[in-house]
Design a protein around this ligand. Sequence first.
Ligand SMILES: Nc1ncnc2c1ncn2[C@@H]1O[C@H](COP(=O)(O)OP(=O)(O)OP(=O)(O)O)[C@@H](O)[C@H]1O
Ligand SMILES: [Mn+2]
Length: 447
Amino acid sequence: MAGLPRGHNSSGSKEASTPAQTSGGGTTSGQEGVIAGPSQSTRKPKPHDRYLDLQKLLLSDEYMHVIVDNEPDVTVNNPTLGELLHRQVGANASNLERFQLRITKKELYSEKDTLVDAVLRDMITLPIQHVVQKEGGTQLKLIIEYPNDVKALMKPMRFPRDQQTLPNHFYFTDYERHNAEIAAFHLDRVLGFRRAMPVAGRTLNITTEIYQLADENLLKTFFVSPSLNLCFHGKCSYYCDTSHAICGNPDMLEGSFAAFLPSFETSNRKLWRHPWRRSYHKRKKAQWETDANYCALVRDLPPYDEGRRLLDLMDMAVFDFLTGNMDRHHYETFKIYGNETFPLHLDHGRGFGRPYHDELSILAPVLQCCLIRKTTLTKLLEFHNGPKPLSQVLSESLSVDPISPVLWQPHLDALDRRVGVILQSIRDCIKRNPPGELDGSDADVSS
Ligand SMILES: Nc1ncnc2c1ncn2[C@@H]1O[C@H](COP(=O)(O)OP(=O)(O)OP(=O)(O)O)[C@@H](O)[C@H]1O
Ligand SMILES: [Mn+2]
């Protein structure tokens, strides 16, 4: 395809020989002609499509079955964790504890929040007291402990920003990228979801801020590499061995630091299997990949048969499609809030790996259900039509992070292109789902 920097040879990459972009024939939008994405196949700039048709539909209720007005009202029935658990904020409470107690049934923090910046600042500036490896999970993560019971979940940098997903890696063998965690938090916030915990970047001294503070088990995995850098690999089921060690460069190591979820008893989380989960098998397909009516099944199943949850999955699909994250196997909610609560946006380390490829299958929930929340569509149209494109809003948000630039430019460019792809998909599905036909089967039964 013309106009695309294929095989772009990155600078400063430790692994510059990566044959990125050489597989799969170099198509950009993955699926053959399913979506006539924004002009990538021609050099002539197309006039900007403002999606006036979609803008018009936002004002009518003709397509209420596709564009659903379901923005949770945060002013009613929206208790905080603090209220439900009868926990007061102590005078010496940390910013993180205050943040945790202010989490509500409908969002992690409010639109008018005043604590996120303080929580980010603490993770970046507080002295580290203790480092333990987080148990479970497939790849290495560290629990970073600061004074006053403040904790963060750290994912260490594995490779440079411009290294792309290896062409022969599956979504489930891809490494995690620390910068993807940071970018995903900012993206979740600028999209107005507020379902991702705050994540900041920080550069640590591997000797004084990890090795010297490490718990015994982690300590056992430290070694000095042939080029005399201090390294460790921890213990986990993927990439925790000598050949995949994490090393200082020469003594510094970047990581992402996610504010810890609350761990008060009774603020437990419920783990849900994602209905559009992939097979996690190199040869098998999941049911949704072969069953054209899969969404109809999901729609009948609690908790997707009523309330907000199905629309939350649509938001999640939009969010994951924008980042290119194919690894959404489960999601979590706070148990105490029951079903009418938001799903947490967690675990984004596998996003931002393929800037020249748009993985349409991530949008399957939206495409198969032909469904999107009105506020989400409005946001996407805003970014598409300006004044500021998503790439610009996100990069301004990211620019304050200590490890800025957080994203390689092609990933920012990809976001604007993907916003267009989503809008085009909605337009297409609207054409296929005129009013009055969706409930056809039910109507037949009752008449
Ligand atoms: N900010 C956080 N605070 C506390 N716990 C967290 C946080 N983020 C994630 N976790 C918990 O840690 C687990 C592992 O995190 P995450 O999914 O990001 O890592 P992973 O290596 O991708 O794990 P897995 O291989 O299980 O997908 C999550 O299932 C979640 O329950
Ligand atoms: Mn994961």
